[in-house]
Design a protein around this ligand. Structure first.
Ligand code: ZN
Length: 307
């Protein structure tokens, strides 16, 4: 079934790239409304931006959506991931700036605040997109694909020639509270040399060790270190959940991304909608978020150890 929040939530924080303070109010909305952003600092009538894959205009550093009047909102992916992770379908998100606050660089603050507000179950079924045959996009050594699966599964791999990262694989079923338990608190990451270049280009103005993992050539610079050794790939999976939450239904299929990012994830949605015979809409009356016990995924390392 569809869900919204029991009550409104107000959140404030800095925008990662703009560096400006933003306040956001998440307001409950009726069934069928979807997730819609409203830029309250812009002119009424031109400030509504639906959180939809075909409104994505930039995927370089974060996912940015824009409407036909040029009103845009960026860095939506960690909030969108929290909404999909908790199973929230309908909200009006009023925001007074161009970027969702970065909070701690993960989805955990959004999750905790929404759990505190409580979910409200609505009387309409949730729309799902059931994958019937594999859809994939390749670009050099990058690959993303969706394949048939009875439950939503997100998997992926990254490869970095860095002693703290290396090769990491992760897989999660979006059932029960797996999202909250396994990936919600995994933070975005960046390399010190890139951060310096981004700052010089006017980007990452709000970035700090409080809202991202930062690495130099050898190590993690955050004084408290990592939240888990494979926090990097877990965050990439969190990003994929958020990016694919811009589809117009819960994707019932298995996502796999190798060296993927926001750009590849958006290309995958374009490929999905360009291949309507590869999937079908279905109505979901059950709540995946309430389905049974936690299903703990294993990392590749754990699988190798266990074998
Ligand atoms: Zn991210």
């Amino acid at each position: 079934m569809q869900h919204t929040l029991q009550t409104s939530i107000t959140l404030s924080g800095v925008g990662l790239h703009s560096g400006t303070d933003v306040t956001m109010i998440l307001k409950p909305a009726q069934a069928g409304h979807g997730i819609i952003f409203k830029r309250v600092d812009l002119e009424e009538g031109q400030n509504i931006i639906p959180a939809c894959w075909d409104h994505v205009v930039d995927t370089q550093l974060c996912t940015v959506i824009e409407n036909e009047h040029g009103a845009r909102v960026g860095t939506i992916e960690h909030l969108m991931a929290a909404l999909r992770g908790l199973g929230i379908d309908n909200l009006l998100i009023e925001i007074d700036g161009p970027e969702v606050p970065i909070m701690d660089g993960s989805s955990i603050t959004f999750v905790e605040e929404m759990e505190k507000a409580g979910l409200f179950k609505q009387s309409a079924p949730r729309r799902a997109i059931k994958i019937l045959e594999e859809i994939s996009v390749r670009d050099g050594d990058k690959e993303v694909r969706l394949s048939p699966s009875v439950v939503p599964v997100y998997s992926g791999e990254i490869f970095y020639a860095h002693p703290e990262i290396g090769e990491q694989y992760f897989e999660i079923s979006l059932l029960g509270a797996n999202f909250q338990h396994d990936i919600a608190d995994c933070r975005t990451f960046g390399f010190l040399k890139d951060v310096k270049a981004m700052r010089a280009a006017g980007l990452a103005q709000g970035g700090s060790l409080d809202n991202a993992i930062v690495l130099d050539d050898d190590q993690v610079l955050n004084p408290d270190g990592l939240r888990c050794t494979d926090e990097f790939i877990r965050h990439k999976i969190l990003d994929a959940v958020g990016d694919l939450a811009l589809a117009d239904g819960v994707i019932l299929g298995k996502y796999y991304g190798a060296r993927a990012g926001h750009e590849m994830n958006n290309k995958l949605l374009h490929a999905l909608y360009a291949n309507p015979s590869s999937w079908t809409y279905v109505d979901l009356y059950i709540d995946l978020e309430e389905s049974g016990q936690f299903i703990y995924p294993q990392t590749r390392k754990e699988r190798v150890t266990a074998a």
